[in-house]
Design a protein around this ligand. Structure first.
Ligand code: SAM
Ligand code: SF4
Length: 313
């Protein structure tokens, strides 16, 4: 699929659920309660994936909420990953990977992103409401399971990240893991938290003076750096200080069956009425791609209504 601005769309992010076992302050508003009733069924997700594959999508990332909180998620992934030999990936908070990592790898997931903002257990607890030990055990289990790539995503939070940037980046010295620092984006009901805690990615380069420019990936939003002799890379994702819209190759499907052609726009195309007709579904997806906005307007006070936990990052 090619959009109006000549961008080739090859990557879909599919949210499997809005439910999550954590409550990250920048993502999940206080008191938010995910609605089970709107969640797409396994059959509906399979139909969407088949249509996306026919339309030339060659990378699918599962996200959420917390994707591993979906009921029978491993069975679903076993089925869908066997549909085609594409790049199957997942983004998770890692807290259940101690139990799920091997099964995910067996199902066909090749790439795993684990969200981990700090290695300080008190700050982790304050930020997420959960126990750092679970995430760390999950990370070790992912390393043992042998995924093709493992990345750590750490959002940059003023007042918390400054003292953690070095500790997190040092993980790349010993492990073949990319540690990516992401600027907080003001989204949904947590927008105020993100605005008040915005720490620009330059802070990482100010702290890590020994980093050298590393090998870049095509279409990746991250700019990569490396320490001499390190096994992994340090990445910076800068949606606030510099956008990568002209390179964007992705669309998003929410857990309630809406296609979002852009993360930072409230445009949504409802796929739910078309899920039983393959041709109409494909036509609807193509229509959605045709109205993908040229760029985002986050720096011009654009306000996104959905919470990040209802989009999937
Ligand atoms: N629960 C999974 C996890 O945490 O990895 C998947 C869903 S989560 C919404 C996906 C990614 O979005 C996470 O890496 C998270 O840190 C990031 N995220 C959430 N809210 C954000 C925000 N306001 N700005 C930037 N990234 C955010
Ligand atoms: Fe849950 Fe992920 Fe959002 Fe944290 S970032 S609340 S783990 S969906």
């Amino acid at each position: 699929m090619i959009d109006k601005f000549n961008r080739k769309i090859t990557y879909a992010r599919i949210s499997l659920t809005e439910k999550c076992n954590l409550k990250c302050k920048y993502c999940m508003p206080k008191g938010f309660c995910a609605k089970n009733s709107n969640e797409l069924s396994d059959e509906q997700i399979k139909n969407i994936i088949k249509a996306l594959l026919d339309l030339g999508i060659n990378k699918i990332r599962f996200t959420g909420g917390e994707p591993l909180m979906r009921k029978n998620v491993i069975e679903l992934l076993n089925e869908v990953c066997s549909l085609a030999p594409i790049e199957w990936a997942i983004t998770t908070n890692g807290t259940t990977l101690k139990h799920d990592a091997v099964a995910l790898k067996k199902a066909g997931i090749k790439h795993i992103n684990i969200s981990l903002d700090t290695l300080d257990s008190q700050d982790y607890k304050t930020l997420t409401g959960s126990d750092l030990k679970n995430a760390l055990n999950g990370l070790y289990a992912a390393l043992d399971a042998g995924f093709d790539t493992i990345r750590i995503n750490a959002v940059l939070i003023k007042g918390i990240s400054e003292k953690q940037i070095e500790n997190l980046a040092k993980i790349t010295l010993k492990h073949n893991i990319d540690v990516r620092f992401i600027e907080l984006m003001p989204i949904g009901q947590c927008a105020e938290y993100s605005e008040n805690h915005l720490l620009k990615a330059n802070a990482v380069l100010d702290i890590l003076k020994d980093l050298k420019i590393g090998v870049q990936d095509a279409h990746a939003p991250a700019k990569y750096y490396k320490f001499d002799g390190a096994k992994g890379r340090v990445g910076l994702i800068t949606p606030m200080s510099c956008n990568f819209c002209s390179e964007c190759n992705r669309i998003r499907i929410t857990a309630d069956g809406k296609l979002k052609p852009c993360l930072h726009s409230d445009i949504e195309i409802n796929l739910c009425d078309f899920l039983h007709n393959e041709d109409l579904l494909k036509k609807r997806i193509q229509e959605a791609v045709n109205i993908k906005p040229e760029r985002h307007y986050l720096n011009e006070n654009q306000f996104i209504i959905r919470n990040m936990s209802q989009i999937g990052g």
